[in-house]
Design a binder for this molecule. Sequence first.
Ligand code: MLT
Length: 404
Amino acid sequence: MVTVNKNYLKLPGSYLFSNIAKKVAAYQEAHPQDKIIRLGIGDVTQPLAPAIIESLHKAVDEMAHGETFHGYAPDLGYEFLRNTIAENDYKSRGCDIAPDEIFVSDGAKSDSGNIQEIFGLDNKVAVCDPVYPVYVDTNVMAGRTGEYNPSRENFDGMIYMPCREENGFLPEFPKEDPDLIYLCFPNNPTGSAIRKEQLQEWVDYANKIGAVIIYDAAYEAYITEDDVPHSIYECSGAKTCAIEIRSFSKNAGFTGVRLGFTVVPKDLVRDGVSLHSLWARRHGTKFNGAPYIVQRAGEAVYSPEGKAQLKEQVAYYMRNAKTIYEGLKKAGYSVSGGVNAPYIWLKTPDKMTSWEFFDYLLEKAKVVGTPGSGFGAHGEGFFRLTAFGTYENTVEAIERIARL
Ligand code: MLT
C-alpha cells in the first residue's frame, strides 16, 4: 500500500502567500469593480534593467547557433558567473570566498528549502519568530519537528527565538543550544537589520557550540547604513560556521527569471564531514543548473551599466519604503523597517489581530498586505507592507490607509 509523507499533514493550511492569493482572488471576484493594490508578497514590479535585457538577448542568439549553443550547465554554475560573484560580492568586501565555494541555483527560496537535506533529522533547529515560513515548513516536511501546537501556534520540537519590538526585532539567543540556526538579515518580514558586532556575536556563539548558521542575505542590496554587514563572511570565524544564501530576485528583479546562489565554505565541517562536499553531491544529483541565458543575465548584474541601473532600481523601491514609512507614521501608526530593507512592519491599530487588520484593509482601503501572524506567533498584532509596488500604487495605497 502506498503511504504518504505524514509530516506534510502536520502543516496547517496552505503556504502563507498561496493562502493570501486565494483570499484576494475571491474578494476580487466578488467585487470586480474594486482597484486592489497589492503590497503583500514581496514580488517586484519594475522591468528588468536594460543591461540585463541586452545580455539575455545576446545569450538567446548564442543558443541559435551550433558553435555557441549551450546544453547542461556545469553543476556548480558557469565559471564566468561564479568568478564575478566572488569578486563583486565577497572580495570587494574583504571576504575570502573562492568561486568554487559558490553554488549557482534557481533561487534562494529553493536553496533555503533544500539546504536542510544535508543535515541529520536529529538536529535541533532554531528560527526567528516571526520568520520567513520556508525555513520552518521545509523542516516540518522533513520530519525534524513534532506536531503543530495550536495553543502556542507553532511546532513542537522547533526552537523559536522571539524577535520583539523592544530588541529592535532582533532574535534572542535561545535558552537551549540548537544545531542549525536560520537567520535572515536584512530581515523578512520585520525589515530590521543587524549591526556587524551583533552578527559577530551569533558567529562566535555558533562556533562555540558547534552549530551551523544558515544565513539568508536575499535583501542585502537594500542596506543603506555603513555598519550593517552585507555578508556574514564579513564577521571573523564565519567560514567555520555559516552557509550563506543569496538571491537575484530582489536586487535585480529576477523573481520571474529565477537565479540565486549558496555559499558553502570548504572550512565548514561537521560530524567529520565537509558540508561543501555534501551540498555538491546533492546539487549534482538533484539539479541540472540554472539556464545559460539566465546565468549570463546574472553576470550582467555586475557589469558597470548593470550596477548603475540596479542602483536606481533599488532606490526606486526604497523611495516607496520611505513613502510607506513616513505616510503611516504621519497617520499615527507605529512602524519600523524600511531603512535597510524593502519591508515595513507596522503595529495593527486598536488591538486588531493581524488577520482582522488584513480583512479591514482589504475591505476598506482595497490594499493587500501580509498578516504578521502568518510569519509566526510573535508576528501577531503586526502587519507587513512591501515596497516592491509601483510608486504610484504605493502613494495611492498610503493615501487610502491614511484616510481610514
Ligand atoms: C515574501 O514576500 O516574503 C517573499 O517574496 C517571498 C519569497 O521571496 O519567496
